[in-house]
Ligand binder design. Structure first.
Ligand SMILES: [Zn+2]
Length: 377
């Protein structure tokens, strides 16, 4: 029986940051660990130290030329013009920094560890994972190594024949979708901001349904701005049973980007972490335990709170009603200029769990789901 959860993380990420002014320069995994320890929600033995991915794991998804270029740029912490043009490295979006190669190696090794832990009957969560925009030979959307892609490839290598990838990040998982687009062993389900107004702009539309031998195992749910808890849950609860019916997955990988939360300044969704947690519960209630990865998320406090909730669920711990002094100290110590001083965000420093942000499910959201599912009926 699968009972024990493992958090795969490391304090090494503290020294593997993106460049100044980059949305990902913020503390994420280290902050989550500090918060969980302060709240006494994590024991040392539940934490698995992250390891680096090895070359054979990286090449399950990536081209060697690209990997060698990343390695070279990491050595000099600089970029050649040729590499910038060919591989999209060393741009504002994908800057050269310790996070680029060393941080990605660690995050990707952790996703493979998650696969290994799952096969050893643990419930694994790698909060550093979920870098879903990277392409085999191109950096994209702050992502250099596509660790979900590597994890899925590892599962296929282990003999799994039906892998469901669910992506709840506010942005479409273009790198993962395109890699497995013709592969009938992988179903990609993504709920995200419509590319009509949000990154990656060119991918994530409803008509992208995969092109494998079958009917195509890809389901995109591109949503309008301002999605509330009720709307997010409406599409997820509506889509999942249909996906399970037509695909019958053996295993699933869930990407848990927190940029769908209202506090996140890089997306236009308005979820509470109550809704985020309910979405997580919905997946787990329908599918049992899976492999859990982090994802986007640019408000460090909102991110650490949301992933702490996920950890409480994975370990069957009660969510504490109030934050203790140690936890408050951890959160107050975060240096984050985007913190909105004008709005009362005091609640983020008092509790872990938000009040629900429910509301009406708009007609266009209902119609979108109907249209998306009609194809599979
Ligand atoms: Zn995102």
């Amino acid at each position: 029986m699968r009972t024990q959860a493992r958090l795969i993380g490391s304090f090494q990420y503290r020294n593997l940051r993106y460049t100044k002014n980059h949305p990902l320069r913020i503390p994420r995994v280290s902050l989550l660990l500090e918060l969980l320890f302060a709240l006494e929600l994590l024991k040392e033995e539940e934490l698995t130290e992250s390891r680096n991915a090895i070359w054979e794991e990286l090449t399950l998804f990536h081209e060697e030329d690209y990997l060698k270029a990343l390695e070279e740029c990491d050595r000099c912490q600089c970029v050649r013009k040729e590499y910038r043009e060919r591989f999209n490295i060393g741009t504002y979006e994908n800057p050269v920094s310790p996070a680029m190669w060393r941080g990605s190696l660690l995050a990707t090794g952790s996703s493979v560890q998650a696969v290994e832990l799952f096969t050893e009957n643990y419930i694994p969560f790698n909060p550093a994972g979920g870098m879903h925009h990277a392409y085999p030979s191109k950096a994209k959307g702050f992502c250099f190594i596509n660790d979900p892609g590597v994890a899925i490839q590892s599962l296929l290598k282990k003999g799994y024949k039906k892998v469901l990838y669910i992506d709840l990040d506010a942005h479409h998982c273009d790198g993962v979708q395109d890699f497995f687009y013709e592969d009938d062993r992988v179903f990609v389900l993504s709920v995200h901001q419509s590319p009509e107004y949000a990154f990656p702009f060119t991918k994530g539309y409803l008509h992208e349904r995969g092109s494998g031998k079958g009917r195509g195992y890809n389901l995109n749910l591109p949503l309008p701005e301002g999605i509330n808890d009720s709307e997010f849950l409406y599409v997820l609860e509506g889509a999942l049973p249909v996906v399970l019916e037509i695909f019958k997955p053996e295993i699933y990988v869930l990407q848990l980007g927190t940029d769908s939360l209202e506090e996140d300044y890089l997306s236009k969704f308005k979820l509470s972490n109550w809704g985020f947690l309910k979405a997580f519960d919905t997946v787990r209630d329908m599918l049992g335990n899976g492999i859990y990865l982090g994802g986007g998320g640019y408000h460090p406090i909102a991110l650490a709170r949301a992933w702490s909730l996920v950890w409480c669920r994975l370990t069957d711990r009660d969510v504490p009603t109030f934050l203790n002094d140690g936890a408050k100290k951890v959160l107050f110590s975060v240096d984050f200029e985007e913190f909105d001083e004008d709005t009362d965000k005091g609640y983020m420093f008092q509790t872990l769990l938000d009040k629900p942000r429910e509301g009406q499910v708009r007609k266009e959201v209902k119609e979108l789901l109907e249209k998306a599912l009609n194809y599979y009926k």
